[in-house]
Write a new protein. Structure first.
Length: 349
């Protein structure tokens, strides 16, 4: 029996409609700031075990919905499961973050990877999606996600996170044709993976380009805009009404080109962007999502109230989803999240 369609306010915004009440969800809303998450994480034994345990990952995905009543749940997983499914070994070291091997530091090393994504290795993630969708109210949207090719490539080339993504940038400058082969592989893998998430039950997906801001304008066009456009087109060839959010952190004024070039349903804004610019140049073109500074949420108190009000007064009245400008910080007090949610829920123009 087919499930009724999801009726979330977030999906109304993605359809370019203004909601009576501003919908809200947070990037990394399932995570270490929640005591119930920490219990599950300890039970799983490792971060990767948690990502690939459908029962535990589904529970973690649902925890912030139960606690805060957000308008969307976002799949608990990681952007680096894609290179894992392409053949790189992936581990997460405590206090050090992800480690990938072998590193893909040149085009010749692409032979170390599979030519196509192994969807069987990602079956547990898709099972998590189906499990969450079955347990989630139809009034709450379920979001899937994927790392954008540029951002995922930066980890694949360096083998870990770096401060300025120099290894990938050097690869791209020294051998742009070779680097493009890696990007092409990630475009194809992302299309397959996100399409599978839709078939498993997500209502919309977000493409995270976390490291877009380290690129110059021409490089941003080649490594972020063009691959993003191919991913959106590829998904919609298979799922014409697929709803897709683009989030290129740090893009600044290049966002205008990003919006005009790729038909995303909404654009995520980081906390660094000028809000007047974003309202006049981005929100006039597309629904937006964002952009509270995660540090303001950590600060709490009157500073948090001021920043929440500033975001709402800047973007309300047009299609808008309240969110952070990046992921919630692990040390954020739960009480601050409750304070923020209460203020957003009470907001009226």
């Amino acid at each position: 029996m087919a499930l009724p369609p999801t009726s979330s306010g977030i999906l109304n915004v993605l359809a370019n409609k203004t909601s009576a009440q501003t919908p809200i969800w947070l990037m990394r809303q399932a995570g270490r700031y929640l005591p119930e998450y920490r219990e599950i994480r300890a039970k799983a034994g490792s971060f990767l075990n948690l990502c690939f345990s459908p029962t535990l990952a589904a529970e973690v995905t649902l925890q912030p919905i139960r606690r805060f009543g957000f308008d969307a749940a976002i799949l608990f997983s990681d952007i680096l499961v894609v290179p894992y499914a392409l053949g790189q070994k992936l581990t997460f070291e405590a206090g050090e973050g992800p480690r990938l091997s072998p590193v893909i530091a040149s085009a010749s090393l692409l032979a170390e990877l599979a030519g196509n994504i192994d969807m069987n290795s990602l079956a547990p993630v898709l099972e998590t999606v189906a499990t969450v969708r079955a347990k989630l109210s139809r009034e709450v949207a379920l979001l899937g996600f994927c790392g954008a090719p540029w951002t995922v490539a930066t980890y694949m080339v360096a083998g870990c996170g770096t401060a300025d993504q120099a290894p990938a940038r050097l690869f791209a400058y020294r051998d742009p044709d070779g680097f493009e082969k890696l990007i092409d592989l990630l475009v194809r893998a992302s299309i397959d993976y996100l399409t599978a998430q839709f078939h498993a039950g997500v209502d919309a997906v977000q493409l995270f380009d976390t490291w877009a801001g380290v690129l110059g304008a021409e490089e941003f066009s080649r490594w972020c805009i063009k691959p993003g456009g191919r991913i959106v087109a590829g998904i919609r060839e298979r799922i014409p009404d697929a709803r897709i959010i683009g989030f290129p952190r740090g893009a600044g004024t290049s966002l205008v080109n990003y919006v005009d070039s790729v038909p995303f349903d909404a654009i995520g804004l980081d906390w660094m962007i000028d809000r007047k610019f974003a309202r006049s140049e981005i929100q006039s073109r597309r629904p937006i999502q964002g952009n509270l500074d995660p540090m303001a949420l950590l600060a709490g108190g009157a500073a948090l109230d001021r920043e929440v009000d500033a975001v709402l007064s800047s973007f309300s009245g047009r299609p808008f989803i309240f969110n952070l400008g990046h992921g919630i910080l692990p040390e954020t007090p739960v009480a601050h999240v409750e304070q923020m949610v209460s203020r957003v829920r009470k907001w009226r123009l």
